[in-house]
Design a protein around this ligand. Structure first.
Ligand code: AMP
Ligand code: MN
Ligand code: MN
Ligand code: MN
Length: 276
């Protein structure tokens, strides 16, 4: 029988709502055999997840999802099988988390100007882990009746041109790649179909990523449509990249995205787990 892989997930360390151990227990109960914990810009959940994995009898791949600026776009790069104690990786991620603290205050100030008070404090209270992200603001704004749901908050408050938008100052692609490779990890472009790029620009990104030692493309993602699986599979094959699959699970509040349960990779893909 083939193993169930889910190589993209979040815990309370970043913007998920389950603690690392709870996430691993849910993965095991959902039939996942191999789970990657890939919190945004932080690896402090990896130890707890690893201990829970031993208890639950599944495998946890230590990972991270690094926020990157590339040619005016925010791009997410997954590092799989990284050494969570690598000094250069930790130092790089620390810089991103410091920036996130400043950005959260700035988002709070901007919302305050629009008459929404207490958003910074509210988001911080919902962020029990290592960092505050936009999703914490989104949850606060929904709870306080400023929007119907999280999607609505992003549409109306937290994206370019909206009152709570702050331009991301993330890591340059080459730096993020250096941290991942230096920590012994395998780099994968997360949810490539989610970037608002033309096909040509996306292929430029993939080419540069590959030139910097990148190995994989997330072909099956909780945020991709069926058509996008096939388009991304084609890009992976064209560039000789391995194909990854991950739900990008954040929370039981999003019942349309579950842990595991991912469709098979399209035919012709070389799965990233063949290299584990
Ligand atoms: P940040 O890295 O703090 O800028 O926040 C990015 C995170 O916000 C993503 O990882 C998602 O968890 C969440 N997110 C972004 N856009 C949306 C959206 N339209 N609906 C729901 N969540 C979103
Ligand atoms: Mn997230
Ligand atoms: Mn992402
Ligand atoms: Mn993610």
């Amino acid at each position: 029988m083939s193993l169930q892989y889910d190589l993209h997930s979040h815990s309370t360390v970043s913007d998920g709502t389950l603690r690392p151990a709870e996430l691993v227990a849910l993965a095991a109960a959902s039939g996942v055999d191999v789970l990657a914990l890939t919190d945004h810009d932080n690896v402090s959940g990896v130890a707890e997840a690893g201990a829970a994995a031993r208890e639950q009898g599944i495998r946890v791949i230590p990972g991270v999802e690094i926020s990157v600026n590339w040619n005016g776009h925010t791009v997410h790069i997954l590092g799989l099988q990284i050494d969570p104690e690598n000094a250069a990786l930790l130092q790089g991620l620390q810089g991103l988390c410091e920036y996130r603290r400043w950005r959260a205050q700035e988002i709070g100030r901007k919302l305050e100007k629009k008459g929404i008070s207490g958003a910074y404090e509210g988001a911080c209270a919902l962020a029990t882990g290592a960092l505050v992200g936009r999703l914490h603001f989104a949850r606060f704004l929904v709870q306080h009746g400023h929007a119907r749901d999280v999607k609505d908050v992003f549409r109306n408050y937290l994206v370019t041109g909206k009152p709570g938008y702050v331009r991301g100052e993330w890591a340059p692609l080459e730096d993020a790649m250096g941290w991942i490779l230096g920590a012994g990890g395998l780099a994968v472009i997360a949810h490539p179909a989610r970037y608002k790029m033309t096909r040509g620009k996306l292929r430029r990104l993939i080419g540069e990523f590959r030139g910097l030692g990148g190995r994989g493309l997330e072909v099956v993602s909780g945020s991709h449509s069926r058509d996008e699986y096939f388009t991304m599979a084609r890009h992976a094959q064209d560039f000789g990249l391995l194909a990854s699959a991950g739900s990008d699970y954040h929370s039981p509040d999003n019942p349309w995205i579950s842990l595991g349960n991912l469709p098979e990779l399209p035919p012709g893909c070389d799965p990233v787990w063949s290299s584990f």
